[in-house]
Design a protein around this ligand. Structure first.
Ligand code: GDP
Ligand code: MG
Length: 423
């Protein structure tokens, strides 16, 4: 059984929380794209954990976690993350963590390049998290990447580091006028952090293939949402990787397999970190209230998130590109403070109403057409059955189901593991 958990919106939908919940029924949890540029927050009985690189299944003792070839891994960050989790009492061994030998290492010069470029762009910046993700994916496709498995082949590693660094320093020095990176420093960095990860690096595709044959239940968890996908998202304000479900088997290492279930995580309202078109955006007090109610500050960076009402146009599109077979609506409890809940039901572009998600200039210029639905005005964090929800909350969920054209199978009413309604 292959299940994918993906974001329907701009990210931060609560994927980490849903993976934490659903990983109970899984044997293996895989990350298949991205790096440490976003964060999952998982709250469980052992505490509150922020995961940037490690799959969420790491918090469950009997789940095996895979970091797939589609990822870009800052090994210094990974060592730090492993250390923080261990300090919190989480056991991490080569038995419960496997890192693909084909995953790309995100290097310190990629981080530097990311910062230099954002500074060069100044006001036109992309809103990068400055973790080196765009530059390292660029390097990957330029075929100038160092892979995790290279760490185990020291002679070849030294040779390719030399070649790549010569090439990279042209950009760092000649384009940006910054200090070049020395070979000795980079090799030392690779040895220091790579050395700690050696036992975890393997051909995860082979491992997964055997596990699937054996009937194991495998879950793929995405970081970021549909609208940050490099192909289908709000390009160029996207991530640099494929965040969609269809890429999950490829990025995890089992490209020949099909997904059985795609669970789309969809927030009951909208949030967006960083730059880019965000049609549903609210401003002023209205925004501040929603941001406070939802605790909308980035897990990786602490940045306040942009917020808005539920966006029918963007969410329906997100459901479609993800191929979601079912939906988990999250953070419904956050809306309890509102008498009237704003919903973006369509966009207006050049004076015309549109219902399909536009691209480019039309998206930038789109204006929201907002309608209001009745709120419920009472705390719902204690509800565990759909029937226990106030009538207007039930109506809101049914409304979301109808407009995005996919069945809702979970409703999340709080961050705790048990604050969930299973439909
Ligand atoms: P992810 O990137 O999609 O995993 O989401 P984040 O972890 O960045 O953001 C989701 C935040 O909302 C986290 O702080 C969660 O603990 C919290 N959260 C998740 N589901 C719910 C919910 O149903 N209600 C409330 N109030 N908070 C939630
Ligand atoms: Mg997040």
């Amino acid at each position: 059984m292959l299940t994918s958990i993906v974001g329907i919106n701009w990210g931060d939908e609560g994927k980490g929380r849903m993976v934490d919940l659903l990983s109970e029924q899984q044997d293996i949890v895989c990350r298949y794209q991205g790096g440490n540029n976003a964060g999952h927050t998982v709250v469980n009985e052992r505490g509150k954990f922020i995961l940037n690189l490690l799959p969420s299944g790491i918090l469950r003792p009997d789940v095996v976690n895979v970091m797939g070839n589609g990822m870009v891994i800052d090994i210094e960050h990974l060592c730090g993350e492993i250390g923080r989790l261990r300090a919190g009492g989480i056991e991490i061994t080569p038995d419960n963590l496997k890192i693909s030998d084909r995953a790309i290492i995100c290097m310190p010069y990629n981080v530097a390049q990311d910062c230099l470029e954002e500074e060069r762009l100044a006001d036109a910046k992309y809103g990068s998290t400055r973790r080196g993700i765009a530059p390292i994916y660029g390097d990957k496709y330029m075929k100038k990447g160092i892979r995790m498995g290279d760490l185990k082949q020291p002679d070849a590693l030294k040779k390719s580091l030399e070649n790549i660094l010569d090439w990279k320093n042209l950009t760092i020095q000649k384009v940006y006028g910054a200090e070049p990176f020395t070979y000795e420093k980079m090799l030392e960095w690779l040895q220091t952090y790579g050395g700690q990860l050696m036992d975890y690096i393997c051909d995860v595709g082979e491992y997964l293939e055997a596990a699937i044959k054996d009937g194991k239940r495998v879950m793929f968890e995405a970081q970021l949402g549909a609208l940050r996908d490099i192909d289908f998202g709000i390009y160029p304000y996207t991530s640099s990787s494929s965040t969609i479900a269809a890429y999950a088997p490829i990025g995890a290492g089992v490209p020949g397999h099909r997904l059985d279930r795609v669970i789309g995580i969809m927030k009951a309202y909208s949030t967006c970190v960083g730059e880019g078109p965000f049609t549903a955006e609210m401003f002023g007090d209205e925004a501040e209230e929603l941001r406070k109610a939802g605790g909308e500050y980035g897990a990786a960076t602490g940045r306040p998130r942009r917020v808005g009402g539920f966006d029918v146009v963007a969410s329906r599109y997100g459901v479609r590109v993800q191929g979601a077979t079912e939906i988990a609506v999250t953070k419904l409890d956050v809306l309890s403070y509102l008498d009237k809940i704003p919903v973006v039901v369509a966009y207006e572009v050049d004076g015309k109403r549109i219902d399909s998600f536009p691209m480019g200039r039309e998206l930038t210029d789109a204006k929201p057409i907002v309608e209001y639905v009745d709120g419920w005005g009472v705390d719902i964090t204690g509800c565990r059955k759909f029937e226990e929800l106030p009538e207007n909350a039930q109506k809101y969920v049914k409304y979301l189901e109808k407009v995005v054209e996919a069945p809702v199978s979970y409703v999340s009413v709080g961050a705790e593991r048990d604050q969930i309604i299973v439909m």
